[in-house]
Write a protein of this length. Structure first.
Length: 133
């Protein structure tokens, strides 16, 4: 029987089609593992040099993630900016913390984000599908 944490990740994997990429915070390695879906970046599975390392650094910079101190998106990132990064990497699914959803509720609604999965008793994240231009 999966834990509440695992259940959230498994549910996300059922929602996000195979082959799609999820925009998620840097501490999303368990999301990638259980959902069996790619994420733009995470802070656990870091490449060791070469072009993959350069790409990883670009992805963390685009999302404002500092894997030493800041696992979530940059503190000043807006829903519009987050959606732009997601689109840059062909991601139509975005995971944000519930506090972000509350703080930017009107912007999220204006951007047309569709809530696909809300938080549970362990995971305080929301999974949205964002419109594609």
């Amino acid at each position: 029987e999966p834990t509440s944490e695992e259940a959230w990740y498994l549910a996300a994997g059922e929602i996000v089609p195979a082959g799609d990429i999820i925009t998620a915070p840097g501490n999303s390695d368990s999301l990638r593992l259980y959902s069996q879906r790619a994420t733009i970046v995470d802070c656990k599975n870091v490449p060791y040099g070469g072009q993959a390392w350069e790409d990883w650094k670009s992805r963390t910079a685009d999302l404002g993630i500092d894997c030493k101190n800041q696992f979530t998106y940059g503190p000043d990132m807006t829903p519009e900016e987050l959606a732009a990064v997601a689109k840059k990497y062909s991601s139509r699914f975005v995971v944000v913390e519930s506090d972000f959803s509350k703080e930017f509720a009107s912007e999220i609604a204006a951007e047309g984000w569709d809530l696909k999965l809300g938080p549970n008793d362990i995971i305080g994240w929301n999974l949205y599908e964002i419109p594609q231009a």
